[in-house]
Design a protein around this ligand. Structure first.
Ligand code: HPA
Ligand code: MOS
Length: 767
């Protein structure tokens, strides 16, 4: 079935925050952000700003009616700076004016004096100074310290990945409207209506029942609106609460890029040990996460880095330690993969290093170490593995022997163009790592005309979750999709939602929908059973008809619904779903945190122009574990998008903060994201449809985040291409691999070490 939003999207009729018709009297907000990354505010001068015609009020921390705090996991994030500023762009004031233009002109007139304090942008420096967001975490399996003795080869190194701008097409924003008795309704572009409601309540001092958050849909989010939609909503709510007028703030792209956090950059150390057969015996790693100036979701992201530190591989002895380091950047946040990709890059770098030092293809080591069903992850859960099936099917359906031969022949025949090929296996755990968050609710109403309305906590952000939820309803009642409407998401209809995140939204909300529909269906079947005097087991709903013992009777869906209504049978249901079987003990760092894992393998082929350093991707070919997909079109769309987004992170998106903590890559002219021309010429997706039971909705496995990590293959394909031009190149394990870096590596004569490698004196030490 097609995405139900495609028609209105294509006609330009879909409604986003900025399309909501404005109420008369609406005011416009704009935030004034700190021009410095760290310091003490000595003077804030708003005199010129208030004089701009149309300015109604300028809010600072002094005007907050509740508390100046929006931190989610840890209360360490003021909405407005009081005395201190901790990052460039940190909101200091919020101008509210009669027009958008007045608000923004006023922001430009605000002057602030700040006594500078030292700025930290490097997570390793922060760690040395003890600037940690939370205590470090460690996952341990087996005994690494002993295991090194059994290794024939040991290699060490440093791996670094940069951050990533979310670049959702719709920027952040909110629109708050006053309601009677001090109430407020907020339209917000948020992945987490509950979190937005809670933050706005804290700041205004309202109770949650007084403040509703409603979301129609988002123009993309990718994790960027899981926590960071809250500030703008809270600012609008505060000014609406004080002024009793509607207030809207929709960020300009440049404000959005400067003020919001991004994917966490990581710098990591690794040490990997293999035996003579190239089995990985031991793996040790230390992650330094660049959290930015406040916790935001960093502790949870850190945790997922640890969960995915061995990717798809079984390694018997593992020690992984992770530091969440406080720096003076905007608080970094959720981004598709949620720390998982950062952890996976490091193990892939370690394997690549081993392979390069030993003179074997990385894929030989990768394949030998893929996990099998029953293998234990470092966090205690046992694998139900599809890793080998995906890998082997990839070799088969894409004829890897022929592909490798093509690449070798091309490279032998061409001096100035070289191809590179890589394998990227992926294993991603599905569930919020915080067990508590794995719950959802659905509210289903069957109307007397036979149409059905469903509301859940799920946010539609382009990923197609509404279509999947609609499919659940249509399937259970066996009615046409036209008879089902997925309503907007609202905290007053479905309370206490988890964010639409962790790839788990369709599973959690879909399961709750399934439960609600099944409950109504049971009652409907009772009605027919009584009326026709047959056993309930004889009755089936099929194609809007009632069937008795497999034969259509003269009751159709509408008659059934009306009969139930006349008998005063409840045609509505509110259901609650909590993922069974999952648990995690943070003290022991062991448990069973994931409902299941999603597996896959990608082959990436690139062609590098060795004169210029530029490159094009010939193909990304994947075998992906879908379970039993309920919507191939939507799932393929997620995979294609994920691959390109992951490749962007790995190859071209170069986030640059200077030493003063200022974002230099602050516009789309100096921050390059993949466009249609950077999409690989071929993206092939092969379905691994599995029979194994799983906890996914209709056994259709989650698909949001896992494909992003196929993009990591792009970095390693580039490495391999460079190596065939300049075999001596010792290229740092540092992403993104921009054309500039490729060019340097192509002509590099001796080892280029990163500054961290120089400082730590890291060397390859084959033992
Ligand atoms: N994944 C993604 N988003 C999240 C998670 C998670 O595990 N926890 C909180 N938000
Ligand atoms: Mo997402 S990174 O699970 O919002």
């Amino acid at each position: 079935m097609k995405n139900i939003d495609s028609r209105t999207h294509i006609r330009g009729e879909s409604i986003y925050l900025d399309d909501i018709p404005l109420l008369q009297g609406t005011l416009f907000g704009a935030a004034f952000g700190s021009p410095m990354a760290h310091g003490v505010i000595t003077n804030l001068d708003v005199e010129d700003a208030v004089r701009i015609p149309g300015v109604v009020q300028i809010f600072t921390y002094k005007d907050i009616t509740g508390i100046n705090q929006i931190g989610g996991i840890i209360p360490d994030e003021p909405l407005f700076a009081d005395e201190h500023v901790h990052f460039c762009g940190m909101p200091i004031a919020f101008v509210v004016a009669e027009t958008d233009e007045a608000a923004r002109s006023a922001v430009k007139k605000i002057k602030v004096d700040i006594d500078p304090l030292p700025v930290i942008t490097d997570p390793r420096v922060a760690q040395e100074k003890g600037e940690l967001i939370v205590a470090p975490r460690s996952f341990v399996l087996g005994d690494v310290d002993k295991a090194w003795q059994d290794c024939a080869y040991v290699f060490e190194g440093v791996a670094e990945t940069n951050g990533q701008e979310h670049l959702y097409i719709e920027t952040q924003g909110a629109y708050a409207i006053p309601k009677e008795s001090n109430g407020i309704k907020i339209y917000s572009s948020t992945q987490s209506p509950r979190a937005t409601q809670q933050a706005s309540c804290k700041v205004t001092g309202l109770l949650m029942h007084q403040l509703e958050v409603e979301v129609i849909r988002l123009g993309g989010a990718f994790g960027g609106k899981e926590d960071q939609a809250n500030a703008w909503a809270a600012m609008c709510a505060l000014s609406t609460h004080v002024l009793r007028r509607p207030v809207k703030y929709s960020l300009h792209r440049i404000e959005d890029m400067a003020m919001t956090g991004k994917r966490h950059p990581y710098s990591s150390d690794f040490k990997i040990g293999l035996n003579k057969d190239l089995k990985i015996i031991a793996y040790e790693t230390i992650f330094y996460q660049n959290a930015g100036a406040a916790a935001d979701l960093s502790p949870a992201v850190l945790e997922r880095t640890l969960f995915h530190c061995t990717n798809s591989y079984f390694i018997p002895h593992v020690k992984a330690k992770a530091y969440s380091c406080r720096t003076h950047l905007p608080p970094n946040t959720a981004f598709r993969g949620f720390g998982g990709p950062q952890g996976m890059f490091v193990i892939e770098a370690a394997i690549a290093k081993a392979a390069e030092c030993l003179g074997v293809e990385a894929s030989v080591i990768q394949k030998k170490n893929l996990n099998k069903t029953g293998d234990e992850f470092p966090y205690g859960q046992k694998a139900v593995s599809e890793a080998r099936e995906c890998w082997e099917k990839t070799e088969l359906v894409y004829d890897v022997t022929a592909l490798k031969k093509e690449v070798a022949t091309f490279n032998a025949q061409n001096k100035l163009y070289k191809k590179g090929l890589s394998f990227m296996p992926v294993c991603f755990g599905i569930s919020f790592t915080n067990t508590m968050m794995n719950q959802a609710r659905a509210l289903v109403h069957v109307f007397t005309d036979g149409s059905v309305s469903v509301t859940t906590g799920a946010i539609e952000m382009g990923q197609g979750v509404n279509t999947k939820i609609l499919q659940v309803v249509a399937t259970v009642f066996s009615i046409s999709p036209e008879n089902v409407k997925v309503q907007t998401t609202s905290t007053h209809k479905i309370a206490n939602t988890s964010p639409s995140a962790a790839s788990a939204t369709a599973d959690l909300n879909g399961k709750a929908t399934l439960m609600a529909c099944n409950a109504i269906k049971e009652r409907l079947i009772m009605v027919v059973a009584e009326a026709l005097n047959v056993d309930i087991t004889a009755i089936e709903l099929k194609d809007e008809r009632v069937c008795v013992n497999g034969e259509q009777c003269d009751w159709d869906w509408k008659r059934l619904v009306m009969a139930a209504f006349l008998k005063r049978v409840n045609l509505s249901e509110h259901a609650h779903y909590a993922t069974p079987e999952i648990h995690f003990d943070k003290l022991r760092e062991k448990g069973h945190p994931f409902a299941y894992h999603v597996y896959g393998t990608a082959i990436t082929i690139v062609t590098v122009d060795c004169l210029r350093g530029i490159y094009e991707f010939d193909a990304v070919k994947v075998v992906h574990d879908f379970g039993a997909t309920m919507n191939p079109a939507i799932d393929c769309g997620q995979i294609e998008g994920g691959i390109v987004q992951g490749m962007g992170w790995m190859t071209m998106e170069e986030l640059i903060y200077d030493k003063e903590g200022k974002l230099r890559s602050n516009t789309l002219s100096n921050y390059k994201v993949p466009d249609i021309y950077s999409v690989p010429k071929v993206i092939a997706i092969d379905f691994l449809q599995t029979e194994n039971d799983n906890l996914a909705i209709f056994r259709s496995k989650a698909v949001g985040e896992p494909p992003l990590m196929y993009g990591i293959g792009a970095y390693f394909a580039l490495r391999n291409a460079i190596k065939s031009f300049n075999p001596a190149a010792l290229i740092p394990y540092s992403a993104p691999m921009t054309p500039e870096k490729v060019l340097l590596a192509l002509y590099q004569k001796k080892e280029v070490t990163t500054t961290h490698e120089q400082a730590a004196g890291h060397m390859a030490i084959p033992s």
